[in-house]
Design a protein around this ligand. Structure first.
Ligand code: NAP
Length: 283
């Protein structure tokens, strides 16, 4: 059994490899892939095979996936441009004869209007059409996404968003990665879709209360209307399309796009998910 992991040069892919090793998978059965493979020397030293894989270069994918039984496919980071890359990964998985493909998707990717989800929905459909038995891991937000807010709070800044009272069922990257490792090491997860996230959802008032505890002073929050938030992000130097993307995400959050608490992740990993405050304190 050979398990190939894409995105191993990034956070989740590396954490998934660490979780697979912790669950007793032999290093010789693991292949760590990415573009910046020079960052994977410690895994190579353990006996994990390291291969270069570039989603834009199918030949590298054929080399990287050779002999793969299972593939953990970590979604690419170029939102809006990654669908072609994702199709190339799935096509290469078909050519390699992968028997189980595990894909990191987005929350409610089939029906949600969250701006990151169009690529995920189309990728899920492409995977389904490929015929490879698959597990879809629809990951809610990472708690680590809020580390910049912790830095803002430490610096005495105000937390501004257009999220209203929208709730976010975030979990740590390590929790999601462990969920992926469970799916790759247990039988019976093929043809399943999991809506993964934290055991509780929080809103920005609760985020600010958590930040206040961590920094030791009262942090202030301002809930901005979408247009005001957009103008604020532009004034802060963000390009127009990035500002629009952030406002789109925050508006979707305000409408409940990340609010679902499903329990799928804690059921998979057999323990409660790590609370937001713990992840932020460790970051
Ligand atoms: N749920 C959330 O809150 C959230 C937040 C951000 C992102 N995401 C999604 O979750 C994924 C994993 O998150 P993360 O924190 O681990 O991200 P990350 O640390 O930025 O890692 C992204 C990984 O994707 C690889 N990658 C990107 N484009 C690639 C390409 N063209 N060819 C080959 N590899 C490519 C990178 O490889 P190299 O570094 O070697 O180029 C890297 O290993 C992200 O890529 C994104 O799709 C989710």
């Amino acid at each position: 059994m050979t398990t190939v992991v894409t995105g191993a040069t990034g956070h989740v892919g590396r954490l998934a490899l660490e979780a697979l090793l912790a669950r007793g998978v032999a290093p010789a059965e693991l292949v760590a892939t990415g573009r910046r493979v020079d960052t994977l020397g410690d895994l190579a030293a353990l006996g994990v095979a390291v291969r270069r894989a570039d989603y834009d270069d199918p030949a590298t994918l054929d080399d990287a996936f050779a002999g793969a039984t299972q593939l953990l496919f970590v979604s690419g980071s170029e939102v809006g441009a990654r669908l072609q890359q994702h199709r190339a990964v799935v096509d290469a998985a078909v050519r390699a004869g992968v028997r189980h493909l595990v894909y990191t998707s987005g929350p409610r990717a089939d029906i949600s209007t969250l701006p990151v989800n169009a690529d995920h929905k189309a990728t899920e459909e492409y995977i389904a059409a490929s015929g490879i038995p698959a597990t879809i891991l629809r990951n809610n937000w990472y708690s680590e996404n809020y580390l910049p807010d912790l830095a803002t709070a430490r610096a005495g800044g105000e937390i501004v968003s257009a999220t209203g009272t929208g709730r976010i069922a975030s979990a740590s990257r390590a929790d999601y990665a462990e969920g992926a490792a469970v799916v790759l090491t247990e039988h019976g997860h093929e043809h399943k879709v999991y809506e993964l996230g934290g055991d509780s959802a929080w809103d920005y008032d609760e985020l600010v209360a958590t930040l206040s505890q961590l920094v030791g002073h009262q942090v202030t929050r301002r809930d901005a209307a979408p247009q005001e938030r957009h103008a604020q992000l532009l004034a802060g130097g963000l390009p127009e399309e990035v500002a629009a993307f952030v406002v789109g995400i925050e508006t979707a959050i305000a409408h409940g796009a990340l609010a679902d608490v499903t329990g799928d992740l804690s059921r998979l990993i057999g323990r409660p998910t790590v609370p937001l405050a713990t992840t932020l304190a460790a970051g």
